[in-house]
Design a protein around this ligand. Structure first.
Ligand SMILES: NC(=O)c1ccc[n+]([C@@H]2O[C@H](COP(=O)([O-])OP(=O)(O)OC[C@H]3O[C@@H](n4cnc5c(N)ncnc54)[C@H](OP(=O)(O)O)[C@@H]3O)[C@@H](O)[C@H]2O)c1
Length: 312
């Protein structure tokens, strides 16, 4: 089968190579998914799990990408909860071969069923951004109706979902980003926008929750905006400063079937729209990791079509 692999940490995006690999092995509680659409994160080549397994051993060549939509074609020993032929979507383990491949082995619990009315590309754009936004707002920060949340990078993958989820729960949402993001962010349901290139982040005022995806100075200065009892959640880096009378949390997103199902249901109901900026073929993955122009939202790799997936 074809897959996009990396071997050399120093090669960067140029090291992403279209490779012929053996069909994967389904271990206990795994399924094999025929991948239709795959998502990736440009920064994943810096993540430890891209290069080593859970014991810290070199696992290269490793298959990149961690988000997928596709069809279950095989069940591992003892796997329950999913069936052969079922459409699924979800998040693959950081330290196993990923989703930029025609087939991949995934723990069944990392996947959720996918209804026929959700497009493969939309579903593949949902797992990392959707789960991260959900876990940041509701699991780590406990965002509630009537509270105010500051969402940094609000036009990006995580931020754009966070704005929609926070708005839906009845929070007041302040989004940040670049000047060109203003209309998109307000269109997603933010009540106010701070252009970080022109305005001080302090313009946001006091908030109950900060969701940071940028890190550095933006993260540090936002800490002072968290009111007593509030929470700063960052997915960018462990924070070096904490709110005076609040919590600071850094976390790495985890797969969760029931949260995936909630997200998919909102997409079906038209209450959540992941932004798919571009769809490209597997052979163009390296270009997609380092696009020549700024593409809003997620770039999705179309590995196979639904029709191709039905061929024997
Ligand atoms: N810890 C975790 O579990 C976890 C999970 C998901 C993602 N992440 C990480 O979180 C980060 C965000 O992920 P994402 O998928 O949301 O990325 P993304 O789609 O690139 O979104 C980031 C957004 O923030 C904007 N931005 C960045 N720096 C900015 C600045 N200084 N001023 C104004 N706007 C700025 C970006 O604009 P430009 O595109 O113009 O720069 C973009 O709109 C990435 O580093 C990713 O690796 C971590």
């Amino acid at each position: 089968m074809q897959a996009i692999t990396v071997r050399d940490r120093d090669a960067g995006v140029g090291g992403l190579t279209l490779t012929e690999l053996p069909y994967p092995h389904a271990a206990e509680n795994d399924v094999i998914v025929r991948v239709h659409a795959a998502g990736f994160t440009p920064g994943e080549l810096d993540w430890p799990g891209t290069w080593t397994d859970r014991a810290g051993r070199d696992r290269t060549p490793s298959v990149a990408g961690h988000e997928l939509a596709g069809v279950v074609v095989e069940l591992g020993y003892g796997t329950t909860g999913l069936t052969v032929g079922q459409r699924v979507f979800g998040l693959t383990d950081w330290s196993r071969d990923g989703s930029l491949a025609q087939y991949t082995a995934v723990e069944a619990r990392n996947l959720a069923p996918l209804a026929t009315d959700i497009d493969d590309a939309v579903a593949a754009a949902l797992p990392i951004s959707g789960l991260t936004a959900w876990q940041a707002l509701f699991v780590h920060a406990g965002l509630a109706t009537g509270q105010t949340v500051l969402v940094h990078g609000a036009a990006g993958g995580v931020g754009s979902i966070a704005v929609q989820l926070a708005n839906a729960v009845g929070a007041r949402v302040i989004g940040t980003g670049r000047s060109c993001d203003r209309d998109v962010v307000l269109g997603l349901g933010a009540h106010a926008f701070v252009d970080l290139g022109a305005d001080p982040v302090e313009d946001a005022g006091e908030v109950d929750v900060v969701l940071d995806v940028i890190g550095g100075e933006v993260l540090e200065r936002s800490t002072a905006l968290v009111r007593a009892g509030g929470t700063l959640v960052t997915i960018a880096m462990p924070p070096t400063v904490r709110p005076k009378d609040g919590r600071a949390v850094f976390f790495v997103v985890e797969p969760d079937r029931s949260q995936l199902a909630h997200l998919a249901q909102r997409v079906r109901e038209g209450r959540l729209k992941p932004i798919v900026g571009a769809v490209r073929p597997l052979a163009e993955t390296a270009d997609a990791f380092a696009p020549r122009r700024r593409i809003p939202g997620k770039t999705i790799i179309q590995v196979a079509t639904e029709q191709e997936g039905k061929r024997p």
